[in-house]
Design a protein around this ligand. Structure first.
Ligand code: PEP
Ligand code: MN
Length: 450
């Protein structure tokens, strides 16, 4: 990889958006020193493996499912929350494998998705101006916790490590074992026709798995059916933290030592921090990890190509995942030009659709929500636009949880605005709950079967 004049701290000479000012710089410095001395959370070989898998995704030989909370909280580091999220991601991926006939690469927004960019650094609560909640690794949601505390970065590291450790243990112990199919209760699906369609998919899935077991294809020796790779990702926002986890290592099977961010397998740049001359692009261009770039409606096609030229000068296939997030009513105005420009420049990327961030709205009761139909509409529009241009939508990027929250309206449970108050727990963007997430998988699978 060509990385001229790059160093893990070369970003510090560039202008930075969304930075955090700590009241005690000395304490912040000590935390960074400590973070730099702690072991990596992932191995470079795992990063290399994901890069190879994303290459396949970019070539249309596999599909990508990326999902998890908008803002992961330290309190989500518990048995049930981790299990439930893993379960919904696994179920969704089974449905998508069935629907697309392709392997699914799974990346969770998890084990480190703690930092949040905000549209305004301050907000007014009960007449008082306070700093906005910037994510658990910066400050707390409670009003008396809003001052940035560097100790939270250490806490983020340890919560990431604990989450990752439990995910690894569950998978190792057979959580994803297809001999014990996950329960597929569809009672929540209100509409009979839709329930019938989902049931037909589940029946076919289970029959296929049974058949494979009978002929011995899913025997215990076939590890790929017993365990499932789940890679971890977060937005690379707090560059001091990312720098502290950036290590020079030699992944087995590669040419030599190189710089890896070993705090996650995959990192992405948010829509607010992708300035061409900015600190985030500078940091990201030097790491070996596969990376994502959020592409919103304000991104000019020519600028997108410049970003790709900077972060992937060697044009490695699948190194970059473009995560488009325009909104169901804006996608037609932006995606075609982005696809054409990327293709004309000779870049082969993973095209993922984030149908969440362009479809946020305020409910009549003043709550931030998203409408399931708009989410699904953006995914379908994305798939249609890609195929009409001879391109392919390679994956979806969702904000979801495995828990039964009520934050997005619609879906097979037909949640209404009035239902939102029942279990609205997000501190940031509204997430699809476990049932709504499965709905997406069923509908996307059906789309590919048509
Ligand atoms: C997010 O993914 O939570 C996010 C902030 O997205 P974006 O950068 O696309 O607005
Ligand atoms: Mn979000």
């Amino acid at each position: 990889m060509t990385t001229n004049n790059w160093a893990p701290d070369s970003w510090t000479t560039k202008p930075r958006k969304q930075d955090v000012t700590y009241p005690d710089p000395q304490a912040f410095e000590e935390v960074l020193q400590r973070l730099g001395s702690l072991p990596p959370l992932v191995c470079p070989e795992e990063v290399v493996k994901l890069r190879a898998q994303l290459r396949k995704v970019a070539l249309g030989e596999a599909v990508l499912l990326q999902g998890g909370d908008c803002a992961e909280l330290f309190e989500y580091c518990n048995d049930d929350t981790i299990r439930n999220k893993l379960k919904v991601l696994l179920q969704m991926s089974l449905v998508l494998i069935w629907g697309t006939g392709l392997p699914v690469v799974r990346i969770a927004r998890m084990a480190g998705q703690y930092a949040k960019p905000r549209s305004s650094p301050y907000e007014t609560v009960n007449g008082t101006q306070v700093m906005s909640f910037r994510g658990d690794n910066v400050n707390g949601y409670e009003l008396d916790q809003r001052t940035p505390d560097p100790q939270r970065l250490l806490s983020a590291y340890f919560h990431s490590a604990t989450t990752l450790n439990y995910v690894r243990a569950l998978l190792q112990a057979g959580f994803a074992d297809l001999h014990h199919p996950l329960s597929w209760n569809l009672d929540h699906v209100r509409e009979d026709k839709r329930r019938g369609e989902y049931q037909a998919i589940v029946t076919q899935l289970i029959q296929t798995l049974e058949f494979m077991r009978t002929i011995g294809a899913a025997g215990d020796d076939l590890a790929s059916l017993n365990t499932a790779d789940i890679f971890m990702s977060h937005e690379g926002l707090i560059l001091e933290y990312e720098q502290a986890l950036t290590r020079h290592q030699h992944a087995r099977g590669t040419d030599g030592p190189a710089w890896y961010n070993l705090g996650a397998h995959f990192l992405w740049i948010g829509d607010r921090t992708r300035q061409l001359d900015g600190a985030h692009i500078e940091y990201f261009r030097g790491i070996q990890n596969p990376i994502g770039i959020k592409c919103g409606p304000t991104l000019e096609a020519a600028e997108l190509v410049r970003v790709l030229d900077i972060v992937n000068p060697d044009r490695e296939v699948g190194k970059v995942t473009l995560i488009s997030r325009y909104g169901a009513n804006k996608i037609q105005d932006h995606l075609p030009a982005h696809i054409e420009a990327v293709r004309a420049a000779g870049h082969v990327v993973v095209w993922a659709c984030d149908p969440m961030h362009g479809n946020t709205e305020t409910s009549p009761t003043g709550v931030k929500t998203r409408n399931f139909d708009n989410i699904m509409a953006e995914i379908k529009a994305s798939a249609n636009i890609h195929s009409s241009l001879g391109s392919r939508l390679n994956g979806i990027h969702l904000e979801l949880t495995g828990d039964s929250v009520t934050e997005c309206v619609g879906g097979s449970m037909e949640l209404t605005h009035g239902d939102l108050a029942q279990n609205y727990t997000t501190f940031c963007d509204p997430r699809l709950n476990n049932k709504q997430s499965l709905d997406i998988a069923f509908l996307v699978a059906s789309y590919y079967q048509e």
